[in-house]
Design a protein around this ligand. Structure first.
Ligand SMILES: [Zn+2]
Length: 363
């Protein structure tokens, strides 16, 4: 029995305006009309309308919904960061969305970025911080991330369910982790990962926003997420959505070899996790990191890793569209195929799937 239903409204990586990061979810035992969480808001009603024209029974085999009707039941958006490929539709549709006021859950700096858009300049101001501002379609709601240090992990293991999850919907809570996205002239730029938990069963899945490999980051953070997830895989946490924008031929920090798998393997050692404990991964020392952030690198035998991630399903997201037709297949299939080969070579046992617009996923 699965826990969540998901519909992929958009899974692309930014340059295709018809297919931007956007995923609708609900508890499996509830109806879509009971309330929906939108993970990101890159694509929205327009994309869903196109999807439902091609597949009218995608959401429900007995009832046909319109895109407008579905979005009227969205209760909140969870936003990993404020880049346009993750928020453009929720901005454009703010004045036309039906249904109740909707919360925008995100880190405070991301909500600050949204304020610069809803400023009566780039777009009319349709969001506010006040619960009583019913005239504003969106309600800014900070999602506070807390680091998962070794000490807090011990507390977590001793105390059971995390108190750091925040209830965002009936039976659904979210824990937020901050990620490195990269840096620009203003300094470091951050993104988020979410652990989304079905409270009655305690089952969770992980959803990553754009993420810079730990091997390139001054202060590694993705490891915190793996430390959190390690003991839960695959029984409590069996599904991960992670960004992998580029195939490895592209010489960029976001490339395949140092993106999704790199969160299990450093670019220098490519050492995947040991005994299904992602958090037990050995991290190569890196310039600029403090001693407290480093652990000694320790070789992990391939035989020890065999089947280490069996039962885990990883969806590859955010692949950059191949407008030059450099590949004979859709780019998400190319990249997922390359990741699949990588984990097959390592014998990890994890299932790799390309997230695709219009897909319905049971988690
Ligand atoms: Zn981004």
């Amino acid at each position: 029995m699965h826990t969540f239903d998901m519909v992929v409204v958009g899974s692309g990586g930014g340059c295709d305006e018809t297919n931007l990061s956007s995923y609708l979810i609900k508890p499996a035992t509830a109806a879509w009309t009971d309330g929906i969480i939108s993970l990101e808001g890159g694509s929205g009603q327009g994309a869903l309308q196109q999807i439902l024209q091609r597949n009218p029974k995608l959401l429900d085999c007995r009832k046909r919904y319109t895109a407008s009707e579905i979005y009227s039941h969205v209760q909140c958006f969870l936003i990993t960061h404020g880049h346009l490929d993750h928020v453009s539709s929720l901005v454009l549709s703010a004045g036309s969305l039906k249904g109740p006021r909707k919360r925008l859950y995100a880190a405070k700096d991301t909500l600050g970025d949204m304020e610069t858009i809803f400023s009566d300049r780039i777009w009319p101001n349709l969001a506010s911080w006040k619960e009583s501002d019913d005239a504003y379609k969106y309600l800014y709601t900070p999602c506070v991330a807390t680091p998962c240090s070794t000490a807090s992990l011990l507390t977590l293991l001793q105390s059971g369910p995390s108190p750091k999850h925040k209830r965002v919907h009936t039976d659904v809570s979210v824990r937020s982790f901050r990620l490195n996205h990269g840096s620009n002239d203003s300094g470091a730029y951050e993104s988020s990962a979410f652990s989304i938990r079905h409270d009655p069963t305690g089952r969770e899945f992980l959803f990553f926003g754009d993420v810079e490999p730990d091997s390139l980051a001054r202060h590694p953070r993705t490891l915190d997420v793996w430390r959190y997830a390690a003991s839960k895989i695959p029984t409590t946490l069996s599904t991960i959505f992670i960004e992998c924008s580029w195939p490895p031929a592209v010489p960029t920090s976001s490339c395949l070899a140092t993106s999704a798998p790199s969160t299990w393997s450093t670019s220098s050692s490519r050492s995947p996790p040991k005994s299904s404990k992602l958090g037990e991964r050995r991290v190569a020392p890196r310039t600029g990191a403090s001693a407290s952030q480093e652990e000694e690198e320790e070789p992990i035998e391939r035989e020890d890793r065999a089947g280490a991630l069996k039962g885990l399903r990883v969806y590859i997201t955010h692949c950059k569209a191949d407008f030059d037709a450099a590949h004979d297949r859709p780019i998400h299939e190319v990249i997922a195929g390359q990741v699949r080969q990588l984990v097959k070579d390592e014998g990890l046992g994890v299932e790799i799937i390309a997230a695709e617009q219009g897909m319905r996923i049971e988690i």
